[in-house]
Write a protein that binds this ligand. Structure first.
Ligand code: PLP
Length: 285
């Protein structure tokens, strides 16, 4: 495997970052994950726009233009011969003597890009369905920034792993669903209304969420950007997750209880098919 590290393409096993990199020491960095389908990136513009926003919110310097970055992403995917999988990029505030406050102006940001083979795009929604548990959301107040500070997400996902399920869905101190440890949560409530939480500082603005919202609008499928209480969530007819690597993922068990009739519901089925068409379309651009 080949990685890009600060201007060089290296065998991944030889690729290192400095022990005083601020990403390593403080989690002072951001990242993006793009899905590669049929040799092309999916929702590239949405991911680049979110990256720009994360950089701005963190007052992080941009290591290069979007066009140059896209060329690096393509080159890493090409060198690793990844046609189905993911590309990962991380930008940190660079290397400086350890001190919490920002280093002096001009410290170069550090950019790392890797790519990894993944499974073929799922075509069978029943095989793609999974279980989830709920856990307390113990994260900070700026979850809208895609920062590499993922410790609460790591602990939540580990609980899901230990419970033998796919995802841990986070419930905040007010008893409302925020999002999954690495996914956006959607539900069809007891009244049949498709809902996903409104965007604010407490959740990541998912690129797959944005892509799906556009698909819903194009297909005149109504949905509401309104969060669910834990009680509403447990009474939901359907639950599904979205992310660059989960696509549209039906959740058919929640804390061991069946969601709906325990099979992907009609809304998830429709959106799974529409999203697959969208990803295929991106791949043929
Ligand atoms: N929420 C969190 C906390 C995430 O980490 C992710 C992606 O990794 C998402 C939501 C989904 O975002 P996207 O659709 O851009 O992959």
């Amino acid at each position: 495997r080949i990685a890009y590290v600060n201007g060089r393409y290296l065998p991944q096993r030889d690729a290192c970052v400095n022990i005083e990199d601020r990403g390593y020491q403080f989690g002072d960095g951001i990242y993006e994950v793009l899905h590669i389908h049929d040799g092309h990136f999916v929702d590239t513009d949405l991911h680049l726009a979110r990256l720009a926003r994360s950089l701005r919110e963190m007052a992080l310097a941009r290591p290069m233009s979007d066009a140059a970055l896209l060329a690096v992403l393509r080159e890493v995917a090409r060198r690793n011969r990844v046609t189905e999988g993911i590309v990962y990029m991380q930008i940190t505030r660079g290397v400086a003597r350890r001190d919490h406050a920002f280093p002096r102006a001009g410290t170069a940001p550090a950019l790392v890009v890797t790519a990894r083979h993944g499974n073929a795009f799922p075509r069978d929604i029943d095989a793609w369905a999974a279980g989830a548990i709920t856990v307390t959301d113990i994260r900070w107040g700026r979850c809208d920034i895609k920062s590499v500070n993922l410790l609460p997400n790591v602990l939540a996902k580990q609980k899901a792993r230990e419970a033998g399920v796919y995802e841990a869905i986070l419930i905040d101190a007010s008893g409302n669903v925020t999002e999954g440890s690495s996914t956006t949560v959607w539900a069809v409530d007891a009244n049949g209304v498709l809902r996903t939480r409104q965007l604010d500082d407490h959740i990541l603005p998912g690129c797959t969420r944005a892509a799906l919202a556009a698909i819903l609008a194009e297909n005149a499928v109504a949905f509401e950007e309104r969060g669910l209480s834990e009680t509403e969530f447990r009474a939901a007819r359907e639950v599904f997750l979205t992310s660059a690597t989960s696509f549209v993922k039906p959740i058919v068990t929640l804390d061991g209880a069946t969601v709906g009739d325990g099979k992907p519901g009609p809304v998830a089925r429709r959106l799974f098919a529409l999203f697959a068409r969208h990803a295929d379309g991106d791949a043929h651009n």
